[in-house]
Write a protein that binds this ligand. Structure first.
Ligand SMILES: C[S@@+](CC[C@H](N)C(=O)[O-])C[C@H]1O[C@@H](n2cnc3c(N)ncnc32)[C@H](O)[C@@H]1O
Length: 319
């Protein structure tokens, strides 16, 4: 298929139909030649479209975008290969031997960047305590050292799955990992924490976000403590992240539940004395820090070659 001046509205149905029969090759204007143009503007070899248009189209139509080849005349050949359908990686649960253990969120650049930013925003003090709910194999804990280099923190992780907890213990031997249903919180013996993490947990079956957040606020946060809540906005498919939260039994994305849960968490925390930030892409992060705390600056400094610790003003304890 060759496209030069056709609008995207004509390309989408043609590619969609061709993908039903298998792999598709598209010859299109080289996106590199139109840098600075928006999609649909005239470029030197036809209608310009940035690479993101083609990656989005591939995802939308359930295909892998293969490495393109450059053609003569300012054009490139793209290939889209239909993704194999298969079960979600968590279809068989969250055990250490299951498909979920293949997922490493820190390999998603937007998650990595925004999660590190969120951790620096909360900025638990040296020697501070971190509670990771639904911690699974503890992969998210690797981000603590990235975000807060050299900072010693006491980590407690909880999950329902014993094999995942064993994997977490192995990867993070200095942590304490407990089999615990988060619906059993508060548990006073756990004490209070400077940072509470709940990534891709709050929409799990049986978890009541409002009840859990109230228990955490009242019983498990220090006065200067903060929370980072993660809500999936993607589905894992054939080795790739496909954009958009799915409601149960819906094939197409529908962000209603995500939007409702994120805004309920944001509103609830804001109304109870927190400053709340909503960031992320494939995982939406709600970060809450006490309203009286100064927003730390230099959140991105950790990515500088000569990384500096985040500069932050003293945190004002909440009454
Ligand atoms: C989707 S995984 C997320 C794992 C990890 N936090 C991440 O973001 O990659 C959800 C985890 O929460 C755990 N979980 C689900 N319901 C739970 C509950 N009621 N109490 C404790 N853990 C729970 C599951 O066992 C699983 O490990």
């Amino acid at each position: 298929m060759t496209f030069t001046h056709e609008p995207l509205a004509q390309i989408v149905p043609a590619v969609r139909a061709a993908l039903q029969r298998g792999e598709v090759a598209l010859d299109v204007p080289d996106p590199d030649l139109g840098l600075g143009l928006y999609a649909g503007e005239a470029g030197p070899a036809g209608v310009h479209r940035p690479w993101a248009v083609w990656t989005d189209l591939a995802d939308l139509l359930g295909a892998h975008l293969l490495t393109p080849e450059r053609l003569a005349g300012g054009r490139v050949r793209l290939r889209l290969r239909p993704r194999q359908s298969g079960p979600d990686p968590d279809a068989a649960g969250y055990g250490a031997g299951g498909a979920w253990s293949r997922v490493d969120k820190l390999e998603d650049p937007v998650f990595l960047y925004t999660f590190v930013e969120a951790l620096r925003r909360v900025d638990p003090p040296p020697g501070g305590r971190v509670l990771a709910l639904g911690v699974n194999a503890g992969r998210e804990l690797d981000a603590l050292a990235l975000a807060l280099p050299g900072r010693v923190l006491e980590v407690v992780g909880v999950d329902l799955d014993l094999s995942a907890l064993a994997a977490a213990s192995a990867r993070f031997p200095q942590g304490t990992f407990l089999q615990l249903d988060v619906n059993a919180l508060p548990r006073p013996e756990l004490g209070r924490f400077d940072l509470v993490l709940a990534l891709s947990l709050l929409q799990s079956p049986g978890v009541r976000q409002d009840v859990l957040l109230a228990a955490l606020r009242r019983h498990h946060l220090t006065p200067g403590g903060g929370l980072i809540l993660g809500y999936p906005n993607a589905r894992y498919r054939a080795g790739e992240l496909s954009y958009g939260a799915r409601m149960r039994n819906f094939a197409r994305p529908d962000l209603s539940l995500l939007a409702a849960d994120v805004s309920a968490a944001r509103r609830g925390l804001h109304g109870r004395g927190f400053k709340v930030f909503v960031t992320g892409k494939y995982e939406v992060l709600v970060t809450a820090i006490p309203a009286g705390a100064s927003t730390p600056t230099g959140l991105e400094a950790v990515w500088d070659v000569h990384a500096q610790p985040a500069a932050s003003e003293p945190v004002t304890p909440q009454p």
